[in-house]
Design a protein around this ligand. Structure first.
Ligand code: PLP
Length: 388
């Protein structure tokens, strides 16, 4: 009766089962997977946010498949601030970045076609592709202590088949925190042009640079490529308001392809009209508040990371990998435990939740991923158990 798109994704894993048991027993948890910015004690300008969402204009239904022109103008101004002269006509609103991926897969791929996605990487991408009948094929990114994470372009190239439609990159990547470098982008762009592939770059964490960010960090990939390129972003990270539900697609590259993609995207979006009116009226005000909330998040993340690095350096078995940006720390742990046993033991004995590396497709055992967002008291207590 049911499609195969969601086959096998409903059964809970061992960590999920243990977590459900802990929660049912009412155990307070030290949750170091917490990625919800509205639950970590940040100081939001509540009056400004609620005021922006309660504009009288929101009482009128004015459907526009691309989004309200004033909202598009405000987002275009954000890109101008990053040095990219993007036109509002190159922008398309969606209800989230995840939804934006869904629209792009519908736009670019037929059932059975393939898209290339980075590993280690955010597990959501493969699911979103699968839900559109598209096969996600993983390409490797490799780590070394001096240069951090880089894309293995040779392997990526070898993975291209006649069914490949797009290369996806996440900059900075989740969870590795690696930004796409300009030399990497140039090679990817060249490859995509030669093989007639679209390039999709997810920049939801782009504004969250860490102390180890590369000097030549690109503000955005939008407007920097020759080939057809889709840059994704949205409010869940950019202004730390995942509940207002706004994402967007910025289309750039070769003009005729940009036009053709835009016409098709607009036609697709017209069938859904999924972006709520109140948020479209609030875009300019919510974007204007981004610096204040981003500052708090960056300070929190940097402080938690500093503490973690200091403590890990005092052990001989834990090492925090380079983090150029984003909200997560990747820690390598050299001990006799397997990843699953480690995270289960930590939750069972210390009520501390972390993600094992295999959730993100790390190629070998020995990695955990920690969100750097939790308040320092929770972070230090939980990470202290892990380090011990
Ligand atoms: C890399 C990346 N892209 C997209 C998303 C989803 O964003 P949205 O809430 O806009 O769907 C996330 C969420 O954590 C993410 O980590």
């Amino acid at each position: 009766m049911f499609s195969q798109r969601i086959d096998g994704h409903t059964a809970p894993n061992a960590l999920g089962e243990l977590l459900a048991r802990k929660r049912a027993a009412g155990k307070p948890l030290l949750d170091l997977t917490q990625s919800n910015p509205t639950r970590v004690g940040l100081d939001y300008d509540g009056a400004a946010i609620l005021g922006a969402l309660a504009r009288p204009g929101a009482l009128v239904y004015e459907p526009d498949p691309r989004g309200r022109p004033e909202a598009l103008k405000a987002i275009a101004a954000y890109y101008h601030g990053l040095g990219c002269p993007l036109d509002a006509a190159q922008l398309f609103l969606t209800a989230s970045t995840s939804e934006a991926y869904g629209f792009l897969f519908k736009l670019l791929a037929d059932a059975g076609d393939e898209v290339l996605i980075p590993t280690p990487g955010y597990p959501l991408l493969a699911y979103l592709a699968r839900f559109e009948g598209v096969r996600a094929v993983s390409y490797p990114t490799r780590y070394d202590e001096k240069s951090g994470w880089t894309i293995d372009l040779e392997v990526l190239q070898a993975l291209i088949t006649p069914r490949t439609r797009a290369v996806l990159a996440v900059s900075p990547n989740n969870p590795t925190g690696a930004y796409l470098k300009s030399a990497e982008l140039a090679l990817l762009d060249d490859l995509c042009v030669r093989r007639d592939l679209a390039l999709v770059v997810d920049e939801v964490f782009a504004d969250y640079a860490g102390p180890q960010a590369p000097h030549e960090r690109l503000g955005t990939v939008a407007g920097r490529t020759r080939g057809l390129t889709f840059v994704l972003n949205g409010f869940s990270k950019l202004v730390a308001l995942p509940q207002v539900k706004l994402g967007w697609i910025a289309v750039s590259g070769e003009a005729t392809k940009v036009r053709a993609a835009g016409q098709r995207l607009e036609a697709l979006l017209d069938f859904y009209l999924s972006v709520a009116g109140p948020v479209q009226h609030a875009v300019e005000v919510l974007l204007a508040g981004r610096n204040a909330i981003q500052r708090q998040i960056i300070d929190r993340i940097d402080a938690n990371e500093r503490w973690l690095r200091q403590r890990a350096a005092q052990t001989d078995h834990c090492h925090v990998l380079r983090r150029e940006g984003g909200w997560y720390a990747v820690m390598e742990i050299r001990d006799a435990l397997g990843d699953e046993a480690r995270v289960l033991g930590l939750l069972e004995r210390h009520n501390t939740l972390v993600h094992p590396g295999f959730f993100y497709d790390f190629r070998r055992e020995g990695f955990v991923v920690l969100s750097l967002l939790p308040p320092p008291g929770i972070f230090q207590a939980g990470a202290g158990h892990l380090l011990a």
